[in-house]
Design a protein around this ligand. Structure first.
Ligand code: PLP
Length: 430
């Protein structure tokens, strides 16, 4: 997060000569304009403003990627409309690739644990917090005070470690650098470690090894995508037993850009109208209860009036065949018995698409009506229909299979953690 305190002493409006083809009045600089302007004018004005930014290709101070292969441009443009943190819909293999790259001690079929974040700062917040919690739990279990956590770093760490220390109330113990030694001195770092040390944070290149059992986080924001290729023999990663987590930035030496996004009134109104169209269409089928409200985020959440034979998850699966991704969720406690399907209405969801979705939902309902009932948890649990002639369909959907595999792996990892003192716990981050 960057705090912005931009203000202008001289002029609080923007005058654009090119854009005067469309706009005759100056636009306010720090407020949203009262009236709309043609998109071409908006484009021209923003384009002119951006021209005044420094040329990133010439910014030699930053690690952040400023040129990318044109093929990556194409791929990023083809995917900007995906919510990539939605792992159910967009599963991602990168965590495992990076785990292997960083020599995580994983078995042949073993899955790595990690997460993509918006940058290494967020990655470091998450990793630091995990270390703090683990340390607190350990101290609690030993009946020791757990209110004075500290973290040992070199004074050369990136500023986000200072942020971490402030946000999460951890004392930052910095190993001072020397004129002739511009990285963290590992001997001094070890001297600073005490029983309140949640972890040692080292920027890639640290030579700390396994003599102490204080865990190490390696901040490999830029180095993580350099060392494996340039210095494969350098043992900085999970080959070192005390290295428990690592962060790395795709937008630094991963050679791709970091991303951005925006929204407007007309568009939002259209979204709301399309939401009402979809809602009316769903009500007309007579098969659904609408669970969402008309005001608020433009979305329709709905559940089947009767889900004893086929449930919302099946509707979701069958819709997938038409290309629709409409997730089904069970609600959080204490409403676990309610399952809903949810459609979020965005700008790219047109009236035509809303109408088409209703038609496809009707097709799905008809198809499900002709199929034998799937065994549901309800039937299995209360045995209510056990002696009725219910055909049990055991074929699992891809998502169910995926969930089962995830559960098995999670259990495996938890057990292994207990056995190995969390050897394979780590956070691989973008
Ligand atoms: C850039 C950098 C960070 C912060 O990463 P962001 O992606 O900018 O949040 C953290 N540590 C190091 C060593 C860095 O170079």
């Amino acid at each position: 997060m960057v705090l912005s305190n931009t203000f202008s002493k001289s002029d609080d409006s923007i005058h654009s000569t090119f854009a005067s083809r469309y706009v005759r009045t100056a636009l306010p600089r720090f407020k949203m304009p009262e009236n709309s302007i043609p998109k071409e004018a908006a484009f021209q004005i923003i384009n002119d403003e951006l021209m005044l930014d420094g040329n990133p290709r010439l910014n030699l101070a930053s690690f952040v990627t400023t040129w990318m292969e044109p093929e990556c441009d194409k791929l990023i443009m083809a995917s900007v409309n995906k919510n990539y943190v939605d792992m159910d819909e967009y599963p991602n293999r990168c965590v495992n690739m990076i785990a292997h790259l960083f020599n995580a001690p994983l078995g042949e079929a073993e899955a790595a644990v990690g997460v993509g974040t918006v940058g290494s700062s967020e990655a470091i917040m998450l990793a630091g917090l995990a270390f703090k919690r683990k340390w607190q739990n350990k101290m609690k279990a030993e009946g020791k005070p757990y209110d004075k956590p500290n973290i040992v770093t070199g004074a050369n760490v990136q500023v986000c470690w200072e942020k971490f220390a402030r946000y999460f109330e951890v004392e930052l113990k910095e190993v001072k650098l020397r004129e002739d030694y511009l990285v963290m001195d590992p001997v001094k770092a070890v001297e600073m470690v005490d029983e309140n040390t949640i972890c040692v944070a080292a920027i890639l290149g640290s030579t700390l090894n396994g003599e102490w059992d204080t865990p190490i986080h390696v901040d490999a924001a830029s180095g993580g995508f350099i060392a494996p290729f340039l210095y494969p023999e350098l043992e900085w990663d999970f080959r070192l037993p005390l290295v428990k987590s690592i962060n790395v930035s795709g937008h630094k030496y991963g050679l791709v850009y970091a991303g951005i996004g925006w929204g407007y009134k007309n568009v939002m109104e259209n979204c709301r109208e399309n939401m009402l169209v979809l809602k009316a269409g769903l009500e007309k089928t007579g098969r659904f209860n609408i669970v969402s409200k008309d005001n608020g985020v433009p979305l329709v959440a709905f559940s089947l009036k009767n889900n004893s034979c086929h449930d919302e998850f099946e509707v979701s699966d069958y819709l997938r065949r038409f290309g629709w991704i409409v997730p089904a969720y069970t609600m959080p406690p204490d409403a676990q018995n309610v399952t809903v399907l949810r459609v979020v209405i965005r700008e790219d969801f047109s009236r035509t698409l809303a109408e088409r979705l209703v038609i496809d939902i009707q097709k799905v309902l008809h198809e499900l009506d002709t199929l034998p009932a799937k065994i549901t948890a309800k039937i299995a649990l209360n045995g209510e229909n056990a002696d009725k002639n219910v055909t049990v369909v055991t074929k699992k959907s891809a998502i169910e299979t995926q969930r089962e595999i995830t559960t098995v792996w999670r259990k495996f990892v938890m057990e292994k953690k207990k056995m190995n003192g969390c050897k394979i716990e780590w956070t691989a981050l973008r």
